[in-house]
Design a protein around this ligand. Structure first.
Ligand code: ATP
Ligand code: MG
Length: 410
């Protein structure tokens, strides 16, 4: 059995764009891979009529509607009143929350206002969800076969209530199936190639899949539309076989994270000579906690004389072949390996644009040098996109090559 879930986030600040709705994302990611399918995210301002219309509309389309926000004491907090009107019932004060509130306010040396009772009021028929981290309780009410759950807006309060109170309620009162998804991270494969390979798997209609491209990798997910995920092991075997070395290990979120770990395992150090990437290799490696164990440093050799003076790149080669050339990339990698004494040396030289391109070397032409021990390689990348993308893709591309080489070293 699958249940359709709609999440309604309330608050004028969400519509104004001053607060980002993180609550819906949190709940959706918790439901992802279960038989509770989030079919809508809706945002409504602090408007009574709008909230009422929206709730009624989505209640009709869903089995479960969850609201967040609007449980507080102020006049723009409408959730309880709107739900009471929809259900045709009154409000009640939740005594335990009320006591907690009075106690807290007394300790703060502030009295209680008559309006504070609103903060601890819930619809009469509610099953109360206690708020461990705040005052306003959440609640669950039934509307025929359907349920409405209202949780606080404050993200820290909402998360604890969702995990510790609401999810256990669902698990107890509904048939709850988990592990209906498979997800993988792949790097160094285009989206069209991923698409082609997945189509070749010949998956049945009961499996839906998607690819989400990030700057350095793509996330690949498969979701079963059947509560029994019969094809799970078939898909897993196929993905592992078809993507082999392009599949990042599940423990790592990025290719650089895996590179750092592979270097650690093999007790190897790494350094780089960066021209067009201007330090981005160093930046992305040092973003990884623990990279100090493997990363020695980078020489950012942007100007030609720095390439020659610090990395011993032959001046005449720069003149005859150009700074963006296979030969210069190679000399930069050799130069930095000698200078830093690293086991793995990387270099980049390219045309990141928007100016500087030529017919022979258009914008997006990048040469990268890679030395792993005695093995030396230079690759030419022809990249698309703006300056930002070209630089990021260069670094991702070079890490992808290094990763494969390190895996081959065993
Ligand atoms: P309170 O008792 O504090 O009034 P509440 O349940 O009424 O709580 P809101 O007033 O709607 O909640 O929001 C409280 C805080 O939580 C605000 O700072 C608000 O910006 C933030 N917030 C509300 N909804 C969301 C959301 N969907 N995502 C992220 N932050 C949110
Ligand atoms: Mg409020």
């Amino acid at each position: 059995m699958f249940y359709r879930v709609t999440i309604i986030a309330t608050g004028q600040e969400l519509l104004n764009g001053t607060t980002t709705d993180t609550n819906s994302a949190f709940m959706s990611s918790s439901f992802w891979g279960t038989n509770f399918r989030v079919i809508n995210h809706v945002t409504v301002g602090d408007d009574y009529e709008e909230l009422k219309t929206t709730l009624l509309y989505y209640l009709d389309k869903s089995d479960i509607v969850i609201t967040t926000g609007g449980l507080g004491p102020t006049s723009d907090d409408n959730t309880v009143e709107v739900i009471c009107e929809i259900l045709g019932e009154g409000e009640k004060v939740h005594e335990k929350s009320h006591e907690k509130m009075v106690d807290r306010f007394n300790r703060m040396g502030r009295g209680t206002y008559p309006t504070d009772r609103k903060m601890v009021s819930v619809p009469e028929s509610s099953l109360v969800l206690e708020n461990e981290h705040g005052i306003s309780p959440g609640f669950i009410v039934k509307s025929g076969e359907k349920i409405i759950a209202s949780l606080p807006g404050v993200p820290s309060e909402m998360k604890v209530m969702f995990q510790d109170r609401f999810l256990p309620y669902l698990k107890k009162n509904f048939s709850f199936s988990e592990d209906l998804k498979l997800s993988y991270t792949v790097s160094g494969v285009t989206e069209s190639e991923i698409n082609r390979r997945i189509l070749l798997m010949g998956l049945p209609e009961s499996v839906s899949w998607g690819v989400s491209a990030k700057s350095s990798h793509s996330e690949l997910t498969f979701l079963s539309d059947d509560v029994e995920f019969k094809y799970k092991s078939y898909i897993d075997e196929r993905v592992r076989a078809d993507f082999a070395s392009e599949l990042l290990h599940e423990n790592y979120k990025s290719v650089e994270e895996e590179v750092v770990s592979l270097l650690e395992d093999r007790s190897l150090t790494i350094g780089s000579a960066e021209s067009c990437t201007g330090g981005l290799i160093g930046k992305r490696i040092t973003d990884i906690a623990g990279s100090s164990g493997v990363y020695l440093g980078s020489v950012i050799a942007y100007a030609n004389n720095i390439k020659s003076e610090l990395l011993s790149v032959d001046e005449s080669t720069i003149l005859t072949k150009g700074a963006v050339s296979e030969e210069v990339a190679l000399m930069m990698a050799r130069g930095v390996q000698k200078r830093l004494g690293c086991d793995v040396a990387l270099s980049t030289t390219g045309v990141a644009g928007p100016g500087g391109g030529s017919a022979e070397k258009p914008v997006g032409t990048v040469y990268v040098g890679i030395i792993v021990g005695d093995d030396t390689e230079v690759h030419r990348f022809q990249l698309a996109g703006n300056r930002f993308h070209i630089r990021e893709s260069t670094v991702t591309g070079i890490f992808n090559i290094v990763r494969k080489k390190l895996l081959e070293l065993k």
